[in-house]
Design a protein around this ligand. Sequence first.
Ligand code: 13P
Ligand code: SF4
Length: 327
Amino acid sequence: MIESIQGLDLVQEINKLRVQKNAVILAHNYQIPEVQDIADFVADSLGLAYAAEESTAETIVLCGVEFMAETASLLCPDRTVLLPDTQAGCSLAQSITGEQLADWKHQYPEAVVVCYVNTSAEVKSLSDYCCTSTNAVQVVESIPKNQEILFVPDMFLGAYVKKKTGRKNIRVWMGECHVHAGISEESISTARKEHPKAEFLVHPECGCISSTMYLTAENGKGTHDARILSTGGMIKHAKTSSNKEFVIATETGILHRLEKDNPEKSFFPVSRANVCHFMKMITLEKVYRSLKEGVHRVTVDESIASKARIPINRMLDLQRTSPASAK
Ligand code: 13P
Ligand code: SF4
């Protein structure tokens, strides 16, 4: 056990350990700036899954939340996957258990299950397809039109997918992320009034998603120029857009990368209070301890893992064969 790390240059120590342990550090776009800055890759959920799969490192330190580390472990069962803090959970993933999904499936035995990647390995093991915010529409469109679908667990992403695909045969679980659910129509309109020239980028988990879709040119009145994007989609779009100002509706950790990549542009969060405390649990000190002590190893029991890999691999295969691959 490390007694004290006072006086250590954590960045230097992490860099030494990363080489010694043949480790790769993967960080989600919501991580604190210091953690993003020492990571080998910073990405959204889909990007992290790819980075884990493609890396040849013996150890993967996943700076994100538990379901992300579980996904990396499912894709890389022969590697050591470490989550620097075991308390880094996800309120959305917690909104459905394996038992609840099994009961729901029992009510609709003909339906297939599409699970958002923000779910436990157990829920994935009971699902047919997995998706992320990047490819949810694409995954649902790959399923025959007359096939009934149970979509878990995010109600706002589910509403978005229903609207975009025009399918009536999707039943959506009423789960939500406590951070994104609070991003309401009212908070959006206040932020947009303060920054009238800004382009509006919104994550599909947000509570304002239905009203946003209604107000976009594509789907309704045409009074919004909103773009509904995954965190990785926001990073890409901000780089290529000719706009100089953006209102951002998602967790505020993404601002670091947006500002770093685009120093000449301005980014305004809908609210500074949109913070995921689970994501902020990972600190440089914990990354150091994780590498030094090999903690906390995330594994998935093979009886669950063998089934949970099926929906994840279906998604990755679909993504690989798609011309508009988000990679
Ligand atoms: P992304 O896949 O868009 O990064 O979303 C993950 C997440 O947890 C959003 O809250
Ligand atoms: Fe989960 Fe919400 Fe945090 Fe994303 S922001 S990890 S969905 S609790």
